[in-house]
Design a protein around this ligand. Structure first.
Ligand code: PDD
Length: 284
């Protein structure tokens, strides 16, 4: 079946879906994006994703192409046309088409909205086959990583370096040796003291929607938890490491820079949180 994309008000075959080469997203990376996971027709952590989209949009002064209710209709229509019930929805919004000039074009062009959908398997019941390896790399991104910008070159380079090293994710650390996040995920660790930690939100990390939703599960499990930055050194001594995102759900990192994390198997805390995550998916 041909895949269908949404391009500025039209549903078109993916192979025929095109944007203008003077689109500012194409020329400057002047845009933002969102990735939603749909499970059996339902958008997971929907309100969080829409709120983040709205925040990213506001932070760089893009015009909203439509309201949230209309956008929901477009997403569900795109899923229907692609016959995808469980999958990933990629949404991109750019400042639109204008003669190349770095400053914002005046009058404002219509912002450009494009969406694609692709199927993604349901999360596995067992975590053992879901774990992955990671490497560590210096964070070379800009100072506003809280905006979900389409400027992803440092993330792309980091993920490819991970791939070349036989790993999946790159865990990034700043000039002070403190972990920021993964190239495409939020990073969590459990220390030798059994305390679960993830960095507090600031301008150096994306406010992950999966992260936000998981905080309720952490509380429900009664886990000892600190929303606090940790160093690379502390990460290396972790009992457990896991990442979260719309695409990786809760994914244990069992090898870091080629060394085993804990006993190199998914840890107890990751397993408990993954079970909660699955229950949330299924219960709605
Ligand atoms: N990435 N941090 C970064 C840098 C990310 O790119 C992502 C998500 C996250 C986790 O956010 P969430 O839990 O809302 O998915 C954290 C998406 C999946 C991507 O770029 O494909």
């Amino acid at each position: 079946m041909a895949r269908i994309a949404y391009v500025n008000g039209r549903y078109v075959k993916l192979a025929k879906a095109v944007v203008n080469i003077e689109d500012r997203g194409y020329q400057f990376g002047d845009g933002i994006y969102e990735v939603f996971y749909a499970y059996r027709g339902r958008l997971i952590d929907e309100a969080l994703h829409f709120a983040r989209l709205e925040r990213s949009r506001g932070e760089i002064g893009l015009t909203a192409p439509m309201g949230e209710a209309a956008l929901r209709v477009v997403i569900h229509e795109l899923m229907r046309r692609n016959r995808v019930q469980t999958g990933l929805i990629y949404l991109q919004l750019t400042r639109g088409v204008a003669k190349r000039d770095h400053a914002f074009p005046m009058p404002k062009p219509r912002s450009a909205l494009t969406l694609t959908v692709r199927p993604k398997p349901e999360p596995p019941e067992e975590l053992s086959g879901w774990s992955a390896a990671a490497i560590t790399l210096e964070d070379e991104r800009w100072g506003r990583c809280d905006i979900k910008s389409i400027n992803l070159l440092p993330n792309v380079l980091a993920r490819d370096a991970a791939k070349q090293a036989g790993a999946l994710e790159a865990v990034l650390f700043d000039a002070q040796g403190m972990v920021t996040e993964g190239a495409t995920s939020s990073v969590w660790m459990v220390g030798p003291d059994n305390v679960l930690r993830t960095r507090a939100l600031d301008q150096h990390v994306l406010p992950g929607c999966t992260r936000a939703a998981l905080l309720a599960d952490v509380a429900a499990e009664g886990l000892e938890f600190q929303e606090q930055a940790f160093s690379l050194e502390e990460l290396r001594a972790a009992r457990e490491i896991f990442i979260t995102s719309a695409t990786s759900f809760v994914k244990p990192i069992t090898r870091l820079d080629g060394m085993p994390v804990g006993n190199a198997a998914p840890g107890l805390i990751a397993s408990r949180l993954y079970a909660r995550y699955l229950a949330r998916l299924k219960e709605g």
